[in-house]
Design a protein around this ligand. Structure first.
Ligand SMILES: CC(C)(COP(=O)(O)OP(=O)(O)OC[C@H]1O[C@@H](n2cnc3c(N)ncnc32)[C@H](O)[C@@H]1OP(=O)(O)O)[C@@H](O)C(=O)NCCC(=O)NCCS
Length: 172
């Protein structure tokens, strides 16, 4: 877990996060650029949370539940690095999703930066990728602010423009 002075606190997700996972991932506003749309059933949140917990159990890291340091009991978002595949290519992917009320304060940038620091300095991972829809300017901005650069494209949404792939490598 990040231990630097931070406005945010990070912890491993737990089963009791189910309601807040569904609240954040089921909010249409947090899925405006998600081709799959918001979750519509709590079973989908249960499935996602189950995958996160399984990833933690297998790899010892994964998506964090994130709170403001001032209200550590209130989860405002989820972010982290985790194993993923880009149309069959295994990668370590950076992801983030925050409650709408928490937007616009630099939290996603702070959490994403913490996730990269964790990935490189603690986990020793060589590179991290990010995948974003081409019109999602706020998320592209977050990736750019943390030093990720355009790496390529992924044609992962049939009939739509390809997603943009970003990458950053561990400093040598
Ligand atoms: C995308 C998201 C993570 C951003 O969270 P956030 O905490 O508001 O992000 P930050 O404040 O750290 O940074 C956002 C940056 O994008 C900029 N931005 C916001 N909306 C923008 C827009 N419509 N066009 C261009 N830039 C925009 C902000 O100005 C800021 O850049 P700046 O610091 O240079 O001013 C948040 O909106 C979210 O959780 N969305 C839903 C989930 C999601 O889309 N996840 C990413 C999937 S790829």
């Amino acid at each position: 877990m990040p231990d630097t002075a931070s406005r945010l606190t990070y912890r491993r997700p737990q089963h009791t996060d189910l309601a807040v996972v569904f609240a954040i991932f089921g909010d249409p506003q947090t899925n405006l650029f998600n081709p799959s749309g918001p979750m519509t059933d709590i079973a989908q949140a249960e499935s996602l949370l189950g995958r996160w917990l399984q990833h933690w159990a297998t790899h010892g890291y994964g998506w964090w539940a994130i709170s403001s340091a001032q209200t550590p009991d209130k989860v405002i978002g989820f972010a982290g690095v985790a194993a993923h595949d880009y149309l069959g290519k295994p990668v370590i992917n950076l992801g983030y999703r925050f409650a709408v009320k928490a937007w616009g304060r630099g939290y996603a940038t702070e959490a994403a930066r913490a996730a990269l620091t964790h990935a490189f300095d603690h986990l020793g991972l060589p590179e991290v990728f990010g995948l974003v829809r081409p019109d999602h300017e706020a998320s592209i901005r977050v990736l750019e602010k943390i030093g990720m650069r355009r790496f390529g494209e992924l044609d992962d949404v049939p009939g739509k423009a390809p997603s943009l792939v970003f990458r950053v490598q561990r400093a040598k």
